[in-house]
Design a protein around this ligand. Structure first.
Ligand code: B1M
Length: 234
């Protein structure tokens, strides 16, 4: 039996447990992340606090060592898998509001990009805010986005990109929306670690969202504004 397996996570205090979860995420130990997440929830931590302090912070540490060439793709994939195990538990808690559906969003990670943790989090927070979320997954090309817009007629199109090489693809989608005369039919939100406000403006998005909480607030605000405008025009 390894040291990790012998460690009783429930015997650790909150601070030690969170630190241990950062280590477990780093080591890609999905079962331990599941256990740790459940323990923190059992200690009355909110789902958002577990997400931010244990999971997102753990993944931030992984990201630093990935950048510095200490961790490589296979290890980071395991870490991502462990993160998803924790998110799976938090998902129903984050999405649980009982609120009426306030709008619909089609969201996807753009072509060439397979990062989906941030996008999934955004989807969960939007569900929690009362949105119906149609998630197109990763590596989504312009035709897939267009098909989904046509089929689902959402209020919002959301795009995620984590690579400097894939973020320009968001402009490809927005430009095609302009060319085909449908740009103003939708609110377009973009997000992802390498983006910023300036980029969002430059490509013609309605807003850049720094994180999932901002995405949820912005989505609510812009949908409401749009409804008021449409009502005034009617
Ligand atoms: Co990748 N990777 N990766 N990776 N990876 C980054 C992004 C990188 C910054 C790592 C680094 O060098 N420090 C770097 C990009 C450099 C750059 O372009 N600037 C990088 C690289 C280089 C690569 C590869 C090219 C590596 C290689 O193959 N040599 C490769 C590319 C694959 C591809 O996509 N074609 C690659 C692969 C991978 C894995 C598959 C191993 C794995 C992804 C697994 C998965 O997602 N299922 C992975 C991971 C996990 C990362 C890091 C470590 C973590 C990303 C993450 O999940 N963060 C990442 C380092 C980092 O970002 N610090 C890195 C946690 C998440 C909660 O945050 O995704 O930022 P984030 O989402 C936030 C906000 O950005 C925002 O809200 C979210 C929640 O608050 N947001 C939105 C995101 N999308 C939004 C959409 C919206 C609104 C807000 O729409 C409305």
């Amino acid at each position: 039996m390894s040291d990790e397996e012998e460690l009783d996570l429930s015997a650790l205090n909150d601070e030690e447990l969170v630190e241990q979860m950062h280590d477990d995420l780093y080591d890609g130990l999905a079962d331990e992340i599941t256990t740790g997440t459940n323990i923190l929830l059992g200690r009355d931590w909110s789902a958002t606090r577990v997400l931010e302090e244990a999971l997102v912070e753990g993944m931030r540490i992984v990201g630093i060592d990935f950048r510095d060439g200490i961790l490589f793709v296979p290890e980071v994939l395991l870490a991502a898998n462990a993160m998803k195990a924790g998110m799976k538990i938090l998902r129903p808690l984050l999405a649980e509001t009982g609120a009426e559906t306030i709008g619909k969003i089609v969201i996807g990670t753009v072509k060439g990009d397979i990062h989906d943790i941030g996008k999934n989090l955004v989807g969960m927070m939007l569900e929690g805010a009362g949105f119906e979320v149609i998630d197109l997954g990763i590596n989504t090309d312009v035709d897939q986005f267009f098909e989904a817009l046509e089929e689902h007629k959402p209020d919002i199109l959301g795009m995620s990109a984590l690579l400097t090489t894939t973020m320009p693809y968001m402009k490809v989608v927005i430009d095609k929306m302009k060319e085909t005369g449908i740009r103003d039919d939708y609110i377009v939100l973009v997000g992802g670690a390498p983006l910023n406000e300036e980029f969002g403006k430059a490509i013609g998005a309605d807003a850049y969202c720094r994180d999932a909480a901002v995405a949820s607030e912005t989505a609510k605000k812009l949908v409401l504004e749009r409804r008021i405008l449409l009502a005034e025009d009617a």
